[in-house]
Design a protein around this ligand. Structure first.
Ligand code: ZN
Length: 209
């Protein structure tokens, strides 16, 4: 990762913004600057707004490229009923309760389109049996019909909000810029499951990436 500061632009800025739960527009403006300073303050770093090796390391983002080979980006849904929120912390707690060492996904997208950092990308995720070693797991909140529908938990429904669709595209674009040889997939390509409740290869926006 490069050293970046107010005025910087590009993929590294977007990565930083994802990690800080900001809108990842790739432009290091005043809001990003303020969030970096808050982060530095709470992590006992020099509060200068400059994201160099120490701040990147504290964010859990390596200053060197990911030592893992990444050849797939795999999309998931959280199997949450339509219209309901499920936070990244709730997912993390659920996965910890299952015996995982951390949240299984690397990135999680809430209904408002915010991109939340999950497991560090350098660590192997726990999201797709047989495919975890060389992949990045991305999950959006939703994927089932509303709770009022009988048997909702056993049905898939593409519940992505407009904000989630845009965020998934933005995130996948950014991931592909960092892992150029990686291909995009849905969990349902590797398992007899509905997840992520849509066909990635039929999504024109995702196919265009
Ligand atoms: Zn899945």
């Amino acid at each position: 990762m490069q050293t970046i500061r107010k005025g910087s632009r590009g993929g590294d800025v977007a990565t930083l913004q994802h990690a800080l739960n900001l809108i990842a527009d790739g432009i290091f403006g005043p809001i990003t600057n303020e969030a970096v300073r808050d982060f530095q303050r709470s992590h006992n770093l020099a509060v200068d707004g400059i994201v160099g090796p120490k701040t990147w390391a504290a964010l859990g983002i390596g200053s060197s490229p990911n030592p893992r080979r990444i050849d797939k980006i795999i999309l998931h849904c959280s199997a949450t009923p339509e219209g309901e929120d499920y936070t990244v912390d709730q997912i993390r707690q659920m996965h910890l309760a299952r015996g995982f060492t951390d949240i299984g996904y690397h990135w999680y997208i809430t209904r408002d389109g915010k991109i939340h950092k999950g497991r560090d990308e350098a660590k192997i995720g726990a999201h797709t049996t047989g495919q975890n070693s060389y992949s990045i797991g991305v999950c959006y909140c939703g994927g089932c019909p509303p709770r009022s529908v009988k048997n909702w938990a056993n049905q898939g429904k593409d519940t992505r909000t407009a904000e989630q669709r845009a965020a998934i595209i933005r995130l996948c674009k950014e991931l592909k810029s960092r892992y150029p040889s990686a291909t995009l997939h849905g969990h349902n390509e590797f398992a007899n499951k509905a997840c992520p409740s849509f066909i990635v290869k039929n999504d024109p926006d995702l196919c265009a990436l």
